[in-house]
Design a protein. Structure first.
Length: 271
């Protein structure tokens, strides 16, 4: 048996009757290949799985936990350099959020629909607001208090927010394009849970959002499981590379053997 085998699945392979077990990434990408091999051997010999958080792959049910273990850079690399939403940055360092999107479209300064979206969203959702990328602010401290009470996982604003000192004290994850003191007025224009476009990227209600210090990345709902698993593969490979750099006191260029990609000058042409 081969494919996706690690210390938590090897025992089941033996129980199913496998005579030979082929293990790839669970050893070659392990931070400590010797220890990883020993765990797999122990699982085979004892018939009992040895738990591991790495080298497992998620389904729809485990998607939130899987995305919480990776970062936007892992997702981007696994999705062929998928870009973050341009110009949208976290209010506070170290912030992290992931969850399905509740989308909001409003006009600059009209904070009615953004606030109403708190009552539409469910626990663990991320509210994503397109306010045209301009001030006035459409979100502040009172909306943040409400969102926390509702269990909202985070907020993304293509526009402006205010009361940022209070929002940081509340430790609520917010990413925004702009910060300003002045707000607009509630006119009720706009829509909730309709497709929006930010930075040229179409965001549908229910698409998965992952946001961290590097920015905000959007995973289409239909591909979210696939992209989460690709991101996990990238993370595991980086873990191994990092350990090689530390163990060998060497450099990334040497571990990856980057010189092999350099263009070599050909022989001089005859005059």
């Amino acid at each position: 048996m081969a494919g996706g085998i690690h210390s938590a699945t090897a025992a089941a392979c033996v129980e199913a009757g496998a005579d030979v077990i082929v293990v790839g990434g669970a050893i070659t990408k392990a931070i400590d290949p010797r220890a990883a091999t020993a765990d797999i051997r122990r699982a085979i010999d004892s018939g009992k799985p040895v738990a591991t958080e790495l080298f497992t792959r998620t389904t729809e049910e485990g998607l939130r936990d899987a995305l919480a273990r990776v970062r936007t850079s892992n997702i981007s690399d696994g999705a062929h350099r998928l870009p973050c939403l341009e110009g949208i940055r976290p209010l506070a360092p170290g912030a992290f959020a992931c969850g399905p999107a509740v989308t909001v479209r409003t006009v600059a300064g009209d904070w009615a629909k953004p606030v109403e979206a708190i009552d539409v969203a469910t626990t663990g959702d991320v509210i994503v607001i397109d306010a045209g990328g301009t001030p006035p602010a459409i979100w502040g401290e009172l909306a943040t208090e409400s969102a926390q009470n509702a269990g909202i996982a985070g907020l993304i604003v293509h526009g402006a927010v205010r009361d940022t000192s209070d929002i940081r004290k509340l430790n609520f994850p917010v990413w925004t394009k702009l910060v300003c003191s002045h707000a607009g007025d509630p006119h009720g224009l706009g829509e909730i849970n309709q497709p929006i476009i930010i930075s040229g990227q179409r965001i549908q209600p229910g698409d998965w959002i992952v946001a961290d210090d590097d920015g905000v990345i959007v995973l289409p709902r239909s591909r979210a499981v696939e992209l989460a698993n690709r991101a996990a593969d990238v993370l595991e490979a980086e873990n191994r590379i990092r350990q090689e750099i530390r163990d060998g006191k060497t450099t990334l260029a040497k571990v990856l053997n980057l010189l092999r990609w350099e263009k070599k000058a050909g022989p001089p042409h005859a005059g």
